[in-house]
Design a protein around this ligand. Structure first.
Ligand SMILES: CC(C)(COP(=O)(O)OP(=O)(O)OC[C@H]1O[C@@H](n2cnc3c(N)ncnc32)[C@H](O)[C@@H]1OP(=O)(O)O)[C@@H](O)C(=O)NCCC(=O)NCCS
Length: 239
């Protein structure tokens, strides 16, 4: 928290959190300053303070989610790009409201076959806002499991599992997602986050296939990371 000397009113913030699934990484929820205070080195000081706190707490790196226009600033602070993520948006296509979740599924803790958010975020979502469902896909006989939360008018899909091998054709995954879209009444907005950015070489082909099949990229961001080692911490503190 940056405070204005005389009145001690907060002028800026850096928010960091930790969660068991993140291991020794701290995840930044944001850093910001009131406009009048920007460009004087206070942003760097906020990051340095937050990084020092994380280091003192025994963590070994800090991650932030950088939007494209903020990426150069993080890189200038010594952060490195780790991965690109998309938030995908599509409208539901169903005709009847989903009255209630169809399944009480535990959120698995392992790697997500398709994608997943931090499991602890889902855990903290109030029970009345979150749900899970299981779909039998008629054509392929596959089972799809999805975990989601209601965010205002929208549905945020946290995790999708499909019992298929990694080399499953993208068309099968797109069809499975189409079946999921039909579970909510049109035009409910459905969001998938985080989705590996299909523009990167390491992204799975289904990520691009979803975009070719009416999912739009609503947001592009880069996860940036700084290792909390002495030379990086010193460079960050160089104000
Ligand atoms: C992002 C923010 C916290 C930065 O704080 P700030 O106090 O303005 O930044 P600083 O003055 O500490 O910047 C320090 C350095 O970054 C450099 N810098 C600033 N903006 C930059 C940019 N867009 N690209 C690259 N470098 C940049 C400065 O030149 C300075 O370099 P130096 O230390 O080598 O002289 C502030 O601008 C802000 O609150 N923005 C709105 C909220 C926001 O976008 N948050 C990030 C969400 S992803």
């Amino acid at each position: 928290m940056v405070e204005d000397g005389g009145s001690l009113r907060p002028q800026g913030y850096a928010l960091l959190g930790r969660a068991p699934s993140l291991g020794s990484r701290a995840r930044g929820a944001g850093v910001g300053l009131l406009p009048a205070l920007r460009g004087r080195g206070l942003g760097r000081r906020l990051l340095a303070f937050a990084a020092d706190r994380a280091h003192a707490a025994g963590l070994d790196s800090v991650e932030f989610l950088a939007e494209p226009e903020r990426l150069p600033w993080y890189l200038g602070m010594g952060f490195e790009p780790d991965r690109e993520e998309w938030t995908l948006l599509a409208e539901a296509t169903g005709s009847a409201a989903l009255a209630a979740p169809e399944a009480q599924l535990e959120l698995p803790r392992g790697e997500a076959p398709l994608w997943t958010w931090t499991p602890q975020c889902w855990d903290r979502t109030p029970a009345r806002q979150r749900g899970a469902l299981r779909l039998e896909l008629r054509e392929t006989q596959l089972e799809l499991r999805a975990w989601f939360s209601r965010e205002g008018q929208a549905i945020l899909i946290h995790r999708v599992e499909l019992d298929t091998p990694p080399d499953t054709p993208s068309a099968v995954i797109v069809a499975a997602l189409d079946a999921l879209r039909a579970r909510w009444p049109a035009p409910t907005p459905l969001l998938l986050y985080p989705c590996p950015a299909g523009s990167t070489a390491s992204a799975p082909p289904w990520s691009r296939a979803l975009v070719a099949a009416n999912w739009r990229v609503a947001q592009r961001s880069t996860v940036v990371r700084i290792r909390l080692v002495p030379d990086r911490l010193c460079a960050l503190r160089s104000y």
